[in-house]
Design a protein. Structure first.
Length: 77
């Protein structure tokens, strides 16, 4: 699966949830990522990423900073 995330670093939260695409739609995901990057280009606090993972559950483990608060990350273990 391909995932596109729009993350507000200042707020520490995702904007608009997680966009999920089948591997066969990687070009569509890349287009959507690029569109989001253009939309948020003037805001240095916004991070737009495109990630590949076997599942959303796996992604939340490997890239927890996008899904958990700083407090949750500090006390994970």
């Amino acid at each position: 699966m391909i995932f596109v995330l729009i993350y507000d670093r200042k707020k520490g939260q995702l904007l608009g949830g997680v966009r999920e695409y089948a591997e066969s739609l990687v070009n569509r995901a890349a287009e959507d990522r690029f569109t989001a990057e253009l939309e948020y280009a003037s805001d240095p606090n916004i991070e737009v990423v495109m990630l590949s993972s076997g599942s959303l559950e796996e992604l939340t483990r490997t890239h927890a900073r996008y899904f958990k608060t700083l407090d949750e990350l500090r006390h994970a273990g």
